[in-house]
Design a protein around this ligand. Sequence first.
Ligand code: DAH
Length: 440
Amino acid sequence: MTRILIKTNRIISAVLSKYKFSTAAKSVASVQIKGKEFVADDYTNVTPKIISYLDKNLHLQKNNPLSIVRQRIVNYFYSSFTHRGHPAFSVYDNLPPIVTTKQNFEDLLIPADHPSRAKSDCYYINRDTLLRAHMTAHQSELLRSGLDNFLMIGDVYRRDEIDSTHFPVFHQVDAVRSQRQEELFPDKPELQIFEPTFDKTNPHTNHINDPMKQSCHTLEATKLMETQLKTHLIGLTQALFGEDIKYRWVDAYFPFTHPSWELEIFYENDWMEVLGCGIVRNEILVNAGPSNTIAYAFGLGLERLAMALYKIPDIRLMWSTDSGFLTQFENVDLNASITYKPVSSYPQCTNDMSFWLPPTYTIDTFISNDFYDLVRDIGGDIIEQVKLKDKFVHPKSKKHSLCYSIVYRHLERTLTQTEVNQVHKEIEKAVVDAYGVVIR
Ligand code: DAH
């Protein structure tokens, strides 16, 4: 794995349209993000380029594949868990990505010398503040606010190589589901979550020497939670990939759960890890408030799922603003099976076409699909997309007007504007002949 080395006392001085870095004094810099000033120190390694990703929220952009996968996951949890007719899970998909080291590490029992804290792996704003490296960073604060079942969805930041499957910014869904004795074992007061020998007033006596369970928990509570956790996650995987998906569970270790597992699916002739999960360490729950519940948690990466589901070959495509990419995911049925079709790397050329309709048509009776076919008939393979851009009725003349954008792109070469204009003119002529429209 290649790592970018950054000198420790680097002074960051750059001005971006939105984010400003100012150098306070030699070798002491301050970093300004969204109008907030952070004192820089020897840990500061966040760059203007990385900060520029902060507001992109790809998981919330309606025609981004990550957003489709997000909605499918949320829908699965909404429909699988209801409480008195309402979704039992609350969803947080807009939590700010700047967190403290306490949130990202300490609250989750990640030790001070754990490799995931390394400067070479995280984007630090300073020693105490970083761009969250996982969505689990919000687990304790949401538990502390009294929530018991919740999903946290957002962008996470990790220093890593850039290739077809790695990008320093990616997106995760993280979740917690907690239950009290009467929820886990309804009508079975004899079954308990906690071992009778466990001293609840001293939660730090909990230990994880036994691979089956935390010492504080009973085996029956742990096993039932494990079964529910695995059933729900397999249900989710099958809802996404279909009933026939091949999967396997692998034992894992995370500082914040015990026992822990990873789920792998068989994809393109190999096992691919899709999520991490486990039973939340009781110390985390107690520190955040609830001392009478048992919880499970999991975290999964949206990019991996979207790439596998839609056969997207390169993670960088998620950031594409090319309409040839985005329209493949626009207004689609969430559960439709979509296979990404590679867009040509030659540039697009977009020309608009506006016209007045003859009195025989209105903006509502003119059939766009017919128009699209006509455009394709004349333009052939260089037509990449045609979409309705605008429609209106003139207030005085009452004439109806439509405007379409036509995107041209050749698959093997760069089209010249003159060439495109010529084809565009021919299409205009054909539309005039076919519908009696008046080009504006
Ligand atoms: N935070 C872990 C990661 O980014 C994934 C994870 C594992 C999340 C287990 C969890 C969990 O909530 O219980 O690799």
